[in-house]
Design a protein around this ligand. Sequence first.
Ligand SMILES: Nc1ncnc2c1ncn2[C@@H]1O[C@H](COP(=O)(O)O)[C@@H](O)[C@H]1O
Length: 200
Amino acid sequence: MSLIRSICVYCGSSPGRDPAHLQAAEVLGTAIGRAGLRLIYGGGTRGIMGAVSDAVIAAGGKVTGVIPRFLIDMEATESELQRLDELIVTEDMHERKHIMFERSDAFVALPGGIGTLEELIEIMTWSQLGRHKKPIAIANVGGFWDPLSSLLDHMRDEGYIHTAHQVRPLVIDRAEDVIPTLMRKAPVNAEGEAAVIERL
Ligand SMILES: Nc1ncnc2c1ncn2[C@@H]1O[C@H](COP(=O)(O)O)[C@@H](O)[C@H]1O
């Protein structure tokens, strides 16, 4: 039995140009809600972020939004934030990311921009440094993340990634396969707890 109870989704605060990205967000959010999992995310109510949280709520799931005070007006609307069953307002980005990490049993990246990339790379870096063993998945919708995979291959080929097995996330092409794959791959220790070396 997998003990994943909460999934952190990193994704764009904008909708992007390809409608397939919004559709993937809806598919993933619906799967999270139907599986009885909690979504942990950055609290934005627009773009891909808004599509994921709307879909989780519509599927009867629970949503925790974690947003810095200075971003509320930029990335969310007050009325939509009230639909979340838990809202955590932080003082800065560091606190936001720390809480998102603490609250999550697994991480998924959908298409997004620089913020999404930064969050994904940070969680991969913490894994590489042995600070956690939580699974990380990339929803590679329409090959969106292929350039990142190429960059990681390039870094490895040039001798800069020596622990490739730790840093490579699961690359999953179809949004509907993300939750089943995570449930299968989640490490479980002897006590039946999702394995975590050390909480940051
Ligand atoms: N530098 C950043 N570090 C962490 N999170 C960030 C950063 N810049 C923006 N963000 C947040 O990430 C999401 C998605 O941003 P996109 O740039 O649209 O991918 C959003 O909540 C940003 O506030």
